[in-house]
Design a protein around this ligand. Structure first.
Ligand SMILES: Nc1ncnc2c1ncn2[C@@H]1O[C@H](COP(=O)(O)OP(=O)(O)OP(=O)(O)O)[C@@H](O)[C@H]1O
Ligand SMILES: [Mg+2]
Length: 403
């Protein structure tokens, strides 16, 4: 079968020449017209099977990166190549972060172009042989203790399973992870066993390394001993997340609060980041610092979603004021319900299993639907509300809109 190629860019002579060159190869089916940035998502929506999209950054780099991120987020069948006359390390790094698997410098070196397409074709063939579609990696992040990230990770994972998705919950809080105690499961193997055997992992080995929770979630546990965390490198995590994403619809990752190379890698790699915070001033201050850090790191803000946990309506601090202060739209609020949250943990159950009629169980159902929609529905989230920032304005300068 011919491999579909879509070209995306505006008034690009480079893409016109690329099109001519690729059309000479009978293995490729090049889309007759070049999509403008605005048309790309719609154009790719109806494509089934593997597609290579080539995005030219020529006209508007920021917009092109945005489109590329959207493509990666929404279409797991599309593989990205980016091209630009500017091939500075910053541009290439940014392209890779936006999901590009190859970068083509302009003017084109045709033998390099061929190598890039061949490399992607090989990956697609390997994928087809295994019959696997890549799953989504959802990182649960927060930078303040106790705001609820493990609760969100465990309960999102359970709700996704209830929606018939296969889910692996990974505890990357390597030193003092708590997913196994939240779910009251005993692990025989941990992430360290996977790391030690990375070269010989097959589906059977992978399955044996995961613990099954009654809800159906598979869990990859933290090492038994905190000191073993040091034996696991970001490169190991990179490989493990790839492996899991090939085997599960969703890989939900509970991440540590401290920022380091491993967290940077996970946030970079994630298709979606759910950033969890609470609605008190210290938590929001911490969240603000995290958002600034994400911006400095160049983490694409369209993949970050803000979750307000233990949300209680208050006239002093409204949702709008939080959005204004953080420069980010609130994606979801989860109600404060300590009795149900703690009863679930104490029984090793998900909140849904523990009390399906509670407000917090409904909150998690809604969050799960919203997450699922993120990967299927068109359109980016709306811009933040522009209102007076009230109580929060005293300590936070309003940032630019981030979504
Ligand atoms: N919406 C909620 N309402 C009430 N209590 C909650 C809610 N979400 C979580 N909790 C409770 O808050 C406590 C902290 O939650 P959790 O351990 O998930 O936070 P964390 O951010 O992972 O903490 P840590 O810093 O230890 O990793 C737990 O006892 C949990 O049951
Ligand atoms: Mg935790």
């Amino acid at each position: 079968m011919k491999l579909s190629i879509c070209l995306v860019g505006e008034d690009s002579l480079a893409l016109a020449s690329l099109k001519q060159e690729l059309e000479k190869d009978v293995a490729f089916q090049v889309e007759p017209r070049v999509y403008s940035y605005g048309e790309a998502l719609e154009g790719l929506r109806n494509k089934t099977g593997p597609v290579i999209a080539v995005v030219d950054l020529n006209r508007d780099m920021e917009r092109a990166f945005g489109i590329a991120e959207d493509i990666k987020l929404k279409f797991s069948n599309v593989r990205l190549i980016m091209t630009s006359p500017s091939s500075t390390p910053e541009t290439i790094l940014r392209a890779m972060r936006s999901g590009a698997e190859e970068f083509l410098a302009q003017p084109f070196n045709w033998s390099e172009v061929r190598k890039s397409f061949d490399a992607i074709r090989k990956k697609i063939d390997a994928h087809a042989v295994r019959g696997i579609d890549r799953g989504h990696i959802v990182a649960i992040s927060s930078n303040k203790g106790g705001v609820g990230s493990t609760t969100v990770a465990a309960n999102l994972a359970a709700s996704l399973v209830a929606q018939r998705k296969s889910v692996c919950l990974v505890d990357l809080v390597l030193q003092f992870g708590s997913v196994t105690s939240f779910l009251n499961i005993d692990a025989s193997y941990t992430i360290l066993d996977l790391v030690k055997n990375l070269k010989r992992i097959d589906p059977l080995f992978l399955d044996g390394s995961l613990v099954k929770h009654v809800s159906g979630i598979r869990v990859l546990a933290e090492p038994f001993y905190a000191e073993d965390a040091r034996r696991i490198t970001p490169a190991d995590i990179d490989e493990i997340l790839d492996l899991l994403a090939q085997s599960f619809d969703f890989v939900v990752v509970d991440t540590p609060k401290e920022f380091d190379d491993m967290l940077a890698l996970v946030l970079d790699k994630a298709n979606l980041i759910l950033f969890v915070t609470e609605m008190d001033v210290p938590s929001l201050k911490s969240a603000h610092r995290a958002f600034e850090l994400f911006e400095r790191m160049g983490i694409y803000d369209k993949k970050i979603r803000l979750i307000l946990n233990r949300y209680v309506k208050s006239k002093l601090m409204t949702l709008e004021s939080v959005e204004k202060a953080l420069g980010a739209k609130v994606f979801w609020t989860l109600p404060n319900n300590y009795p149900v949250a703690i009863a679930a943990v104490n029984q090793g159950l998900s909140i849904q299993e523990c009390d399906p009629r509670s407000d917090i169980a409904r909150g998690y159902s809604g969050l799960t639907q919203a997450v699922l929609s993120t990967f299927t529905l068109p359109g980016a989230p709306k811009a933040a509300i522009d209102e007076k920032s009230g109580i929060l304005g005293r300590w936070m300068p309003a940032r630019g809109l981030t979504k």
